[in-house]
Design a protein around this ligand. Structure first.
Ligand SMILES: [Zn+2]
Ligand SMILES: [Zn+2]
Length: 123
């Protein structure tokens, strides 16, 4: 009697798929992204400069304790005429008396120390 032959190599094909677990991963990634965005927002909101309300950004006490610069008449720039043979040249340069601000502060604002802006921190 001769038994066997051709019966040992029969394979069963698996048709059942493994369960898909991709959706859980995707969800966790979106949460992380949200956290990162929130973090960036926080950093932007920290340390921002706002106009000092005590002096309306003038840097002078009460917003009125300054005088208009007499040298540049409040323009902050000085015109200098230079007469040459070729004509009159007008040069503009920053007023050294008021440093281009156009005003001279008599009393500095206590809140912003004369800068006209305050550091505003937000959470
Ligand atoms: Zn000036
Ligand atoms: Zn101020």
């Amino acid at each position: 009697m001769f038994m066997g032959g051709g019966t040992s190599s029969q394979k069963r094909q698996r048709t059942s798929k493994p369960p898909v677990r991709g959706e859980d991963k995707f969800f966790s990634i979106t949460v992380d992204l949200k956290d990162v965005l929130n973090d960036i927002k926080k950093h932007i909101e920290y340390d921002r400069y706002t106009v000092c309300k005590a002096c309306n950004g003038t840097g002078a006490k009460n917003g009125t304790s300054f005088t208009t610069c007499p040298r540049c008449n409040g323009t902050g720039t000085i015109k200098e005429e230079e007469r040459t043979f070729f004509g009159v040249f007008v040069r503009n340069y920053q007023c050294p008396t008021c440093h281009g601000e156009g005003k001279i502060i008599n009393e500095r604002c206590d809140v912003c120390h004369g800068s006209g802006k305050i550091l505003h921190r937000e959470k």
